[in-house]
Design a protein around this ligand. Structure first.
Ligand code: MCA
Ligand code: AMP
Length: 505
């Protein structure tokens, strides 16, 4: 029987020369393909020795390192379900994810072990390991005693490989369940669509707890047997320095904006580059055009979601049109519908719906929510609003979901408003996204006080900082007498966005 474990496919693409460099780090370390093979075998053996139930979740909140990458691959290899968590999440956020996902294994950094292990043990997790970005931690200590031989566990295409939490517009975060088949199909389509070639080298500068850095970038390089230049964090100077050794780069728009501020970003620096990919948030046409002028390269913009991995892409060969996200990828059906569920005419705006082998298996333990997000004929409602032009190029014009995308991270206003509304003296709040030159969009909070109460914006920000991941904190806070409302009494966020649109201009 064919093994549909994603890891089996990635490993089959390792080059013949296992001693060649697979990952080169910014600290001067080289990891060979053999290192990846052996270390993932050892970690997979460790996981399997823990007697975990079928479908066990391995939740991981660690700094970016090659060992963290190996842990992801080892989890696939051992047939368990990987659950990556943003390193910015604080205790209330982690408590929710661990309580909801009930992982059998939690891996965290040593400095967080105290509070993370407390949360994990309370939720019934039996195994908590540490892993730091200096190649230390109990996970590696334990794996060192395991065999470096391991047979990849048999998995079917429908078996779960990962759960990615993506916040809901109302209520709490939902875990998007992605299967081995979802991810392998997407990786193979992109390998072809983006014309990955022998000798390609990827600069990996994104975090590895979201689809972009974890799947699109890593799977892309591995399924092509390509070396990665691995940066622990995005540093524009270092990226520019490494460009001459690379051929492929992927980033959210903020990374491109910051790279353009580097005088060293020149045609000469990009002379070996083959492909620059952008996504996760809208790429401004100014950035697209300036990049073309400075480097001679046209950024290829694509569009995806945690629930679906990549959905559309501008062509590799053919015109890459700025401001559009290109065409539906091979195998993906994409349509734009009106509120009555009818297809809209060419060029008109409607809701984007998708179907394909990349579309997720549903939300973790939320069958009702899952059902709501699919149409009767099996299309997933993305919550994005867009249009398709006469040449078939898709443009995203907005979102029906109340979501702010800041520097490529999603911020759900409802979550932040919930925290603000719980603060003493706050009657009501609204968080809206406004344009920002660096992050594309940032959150701004507007609130009204309870009668007689006095609110202090700085204090509110400080309180939020103690509770929430840093990227979710509104950049500004306004206390007003009243919020604009429609005739139904609903807060008009569009009016607030308009009022504050020039704040960071
Ligand atoms: C950092 N800060 C931010 C953000 N990042 N504020 C708003 N939005 C952000 N994204 C704030 C911090 O709160 C902090 O504020 C200050 O900036 C410095 O923090 P630091 O961590 O040092 O920031 P940085 O290292 O400069 O990070 C900026 C970044 C990072 C490199 C752009 O945000 C990043 O890596 N973004 C990429 C996200 C990503 O990979 N998204 C893909 C999602 P203070 O000093 O006040 O505390 S996958 C996806 O969307 C789909 C599927 C797709 O299509 O790909
Ligand atoms: P996530 O929940 O992190 O998977 O974010 C997915 C959302 O990011 C999508 O639903 C879009 O709203 C947005 N997105 C991703 N890529 C693009 C893009 N190229 N242009 C505009 N929005 C994008």
């Amino acid at each position: 029987m064919k093994n549909n474990n994603l890891f089996a496919a990635l490993r089959a693409a390792f080059p013949k020369d296992l001693d060649a460099v697979a990952v080169e780090t910014d600290t001067g370390l080289n990891y060979s393909w053999r290192d990846l093979e052996r270390a993932t075998a050892m970690m997979a053996n460790l996981l399997q020795s823990l007697d975990l139930p079928q479908g066990a979740r391995v939740a991981v909140q660690v700094e970016k390192s090659v060992e963290a990458l190996m842990l992801y691959l080892a989890t696939l290899r051992a047939g368990y379900v990987f659950l990556p968590l943003n390193t910015a999440y604080q205790s209330a956020e982690i408590e929710y994810f661990i309580g909801n996902a009930e992982p059998s294994v939690v891996v965290c950094s040593r400095k967080n072990f105290g509070w993370v292990s407390k949360i994990a043990f309370k939720a019934g997790t039996q195994n908590v390991f540490t892993l730091d970005d200096d190649r230390t931690g109990s996970l590696l200590d334990r794996a060192a005693h395991c065999s470096d031989r391991h047979e990849v566990v048999q998995r079917s295409a429908d078996d779960l490989a990962a759960i990615l939490y993506t916040s809901g517009t109302t209520g709490r975060s939902k875990g998007a369940m992605l299967s081995h088949g979802n991810m392998l199909s997407n990786a193979l389509v992109l390998k072809d669509y983006w014309a990955w070639q022998p000798g390609d080298v990827l600069i990996h500068a994104l975090p590895i707890f979201h689809v972009h850095g974890l799947f699109v970038a890593i799977h892309g390089a591995l399924i092509n047997g390509s070396k990665m230049i691995w940066l622990a964090r995005f540093d524009p100077k270092l990226v520019v320095q490494k460009l001459p050794e690379a051929t492929v780069f992927m980033g959210v728009p903020t990374l491109y904006v910051r790279l353009l501020a580097e005088p060293g970003l020149t045609r000469e620096a990009c002379r070996h580059m083959r492909l620059f990919v952008a996504g996760s948030a809208p790429l401004l046409i100014e950035t697209f055009t300036e990049w073309q002028e400075r480097t001679g390269h046209t950024i290829l913009e694509r569009y995806g979601m945690s629930e679906t991995a990549m959905l559309t892409s501008n062509p590799y060969d053919g015109e890459r049109r700025g401001g559009t996200v290109g065409f539906a990828l091979p195998g993906v059906s994409l349509r734009v519908q009106d509120d009555a569920g009818q297809p809209v005419p060419t060029g008109e705006i409607g809701s984007i719906q998708v179907k394909g082998p990349n579309v997720f298996r549903g939300y973790w333990r939320m069958p009702e929510k899952t059902k709501e997000e699919f149409t009767a004929d099996g299309y997933f409602k993305t919550g994005d609003v867009g249009k398709i032009d006469e040449r078939g190029y898709i443009t995203i014009v907005g979102r029906s979901k109340d979501l702010i995308i800041s520097g490529g991270y999603n911020v759900y206003p409802a979550e932040i408003e919930g925290y603000i509304n719980d603060m003493p003296g706050v009657a009501e709040s609204a968080v809206v996204g406004v344009p920002h030159p660096d992050f594309g969009e940032v959150g701004v909070a507007i609130m009204i006080a309870k009668p007689g109460a006095k609110l202090d914006g700085e204090q509110i920000i400080a309180r939020l900082k103690a509770q929430l991941a840093n990227f979710k904190i509104p950049k500004r806070c306004f206390i007003v007498g009243e919020l604009p409302r429609n005739t139904m009494g609903k807060v008009q966020k569009n009016v607030l966005r308009e009022q504050h649109k020039a704040l960071f201009a």
